[in-house]
Design a protein around this ligand. Structure first.
Ligand SMILES: NC(=O)C1=CN([C@@H]2O[C@H](COP(=O)(O)OP(=O)(O)OC[C@H]3O[C@@H](n4cnc5c(N)ncnc54)[C@H](O)[C@@H]3O)[C@@H](O)[C@H]2O)C=CC1
Ligand SMILES: O=C(O)C(=O)COP(=O)(O)O
Length: 313
C-alpha cells in the first residue's frame, strides 16, 4: 500500500507506517492542486486541516481506500462523497484531546486572573493590584457544549478545580460519566458561568453561536472556543462582549485563520476584539503540543493497522 502525506507530521509517522509495510511519500509542502494530480497513485491519504478534500479531489483518487485525519476535525473532508466511493475515513482525537483540555484551562485561568494584561502593565512599570484582581474557577458552573473527546478530557481535568461541570451533547447518554452532569440547553443557559465549545463544525453547528444564543444566558459568562471559528458569529460575540453579556472570551480558533481573504467587516470586528483586554487569542494551537505531535501518530497508526486487518479478513 502507498500513502501520500500532505501535511506536516512528527517524523515518527514514517517508521510507524513502515512497520505496517506501508510506503509513504511525505510531502508536507504540497498544495491541493499538486496533491490532486498525484493522488491516483495512492491507496491512502494522511491529512490534517491543510485543504478541503472535496468531491473533485476524491474523483481523482481512483485507488484511494483510506483517508487518515491526523487530529480530530473532519470538517475539511467531504464525508458523503468519501462514503459514496467506499473510502474509509479515520481520525485520531485521542491524540490531542488532553492538549486541548489543558490549553482551555490555561487560557481560562489566564483570562480570569488577568495574567496577560498584568504582565503587559508590569513590563511598562505599572503596578496595579485592584485593577488586576482575579476571579476563581472554584465554585463556578462550567458548561461544556459537545461532550466528546475534548469535552470529556476537559471535564476530567476540571474535577480538581472544585467547580460544577455540566454538559450538553445531542448524543448525551452515550457519554455519561462521573465528571459532568448531563443537562438540557435550557439548563445550560440558566446555570452556566463559564461556557466552553467542543462541537465539530457541521451544517448544524455552523454559526450556531449568535447574539440571540448568547443573550439567553441568565448570568454574564466567560466564553471559550477551541473547536472551530465558523461555529461562532464573531460580530455577535463582539456585541455580547460590548454589552457585558459575555464578560470575557478565549478564542483559539477564528473563522478566518491566518487572516486570509478577510472582508472589511471581518477586519473591523477583529480590530475591535483585539482592542479588548478581556479577550485572549491563540493561533489554533490548543491541540498542538510536543506530546500530541507524537501521540496523534501513534493513535492514527493503530487505527490504520485495524483498517488493514479488517480488509484482510
Ligand atoms: N483547537 C484545536 O487544536 C483542536 C480543535 N478541535 C476541534 O474540536 C472539535 C471537537 O473535537 P472532539 O471533542 O475531539 O470531537 P468529538 O467528535 O470527540 O466530540 C464532539 C461531540 O459533539 C457532539 N455534537 C456534534 N454535533 C452536535 C450538536 N449539533 N449539538 C450538540 N452536540 C453535538 C457529538 O455528539 C460529540 O460527542 C473537532 O471537531 C475540531 O473541530 C479538536 C482538536 C484540536
Ligand atoms: O485536530 C483538530 O481538529 C485540530 O484542529 C488540530 O489542528 P490541525 O488541524 O491538525 O492543525
Amino acid at each position: 500500500m502507498r500513502f501520500l502525506i500532505v501535511d506536516e507530521m512528527h517524523p515518527s509517522i514514517l517508521p510507524l507506517l513502515a512497520d505496517l509495510g506501508i510506503e509513504a511519500d511525505y510531502q508536507p509542502n504540497i498544495d491541493y492542486r499538486q496533491a490532486k494530480a498525484l493522488i491516483s497513485a495512492y491507496e491512502g491519504l494522511i491529512i490534517r486541516s491543510k485543504f478541503f478534500v472535496d468531491a473533485g479531489f476524491l474523483e481523482a483518487s481512483t485507488r484511494l481506500r483510506l483517508i487518515a485525519r491526523a487530529g480530530s476535525g473532519l470538517d475539511n473532508i467531504d464525508l458523503v462523497a468519501a462514503r459514496r466511493r467506499n473510502i474509509q475515513v479515520i481520525n485520531a482525537p485521542e491524540g490531542n484531546r488532553d492538549a486541548v483540555a489543558e490549553h482551555v484551562i490555561g487560557m481560562l485561568l489566564a483570562l480570569m486572573n488577568k495574567v496577560c494584561q498584568a504582565n503587559q502593565e508590569v513590563r511598562q512599570w505599572i503596578w496595579q493590584r485592584e485593577a488586576n484582581r482575579g476571579e476563581e474557577i472554584r465554585g463556578k458552573t462550567v458548561a461544556i457544549i459537545g461532550y466528546g473527546n475534548t469535552g470529556r478530557a476537559l471535564a476530567k481535568k476540571l474535577s480538581g478545580f472544585e467547580c460544577r461541570v455540566i454538559c450538553y451533547d445531542h448524543k448525551l447518554t452515550a457519554y455519561a460519566d462521573k465528571y459532568a452532569m448531563e443537562v438540557s440547553m435550557e439548563e445550560v443557559w440558566d446555570q452556566a458561568d463559564i461556557v466552553s465549545i467542543h462541537l465539530p463544525l457541521t451544517p448544524k453547528t455552523r454559526q450556531l453561536i449568535t447574539y440571540d444564543y448568547l443573550k439567553r444566558f441568565r448570568k454574564p459568562i466567560y466564553f471559550v472556543n477551541s473547536a472551530r471559528g465558523e461555529i461562532v458569529v464573531l460580530k455577535d460575540l463582539l456585541k455580547a462582549l460590548q454589552e457585558g453579556i459575555v464578560k470575557g472570551a478565549c478564542l483559539d480558533v477564528l473563522e478566518c485563520e491566518k487572516f486570509e481573504r478577510l472582508q472589511p467587516e471581518q477586519s473591523q470586528t477583529l480590530e475591535l476584539l483585539f482592542s479588548m483586554p478581556q479577550v485572549l487569542f491563540t493561533p489554533h494551537v490548543a491541540g498542538w503540543t510536543r506530546e500530541s505531535y507524537v501521540r496523534i501518530n501513534e493513535a492514527l497508526v493503530k487505527k490504520i493497522r485495524s483498517f488493514l486487518q479488517e480488509e484482510n479478513e
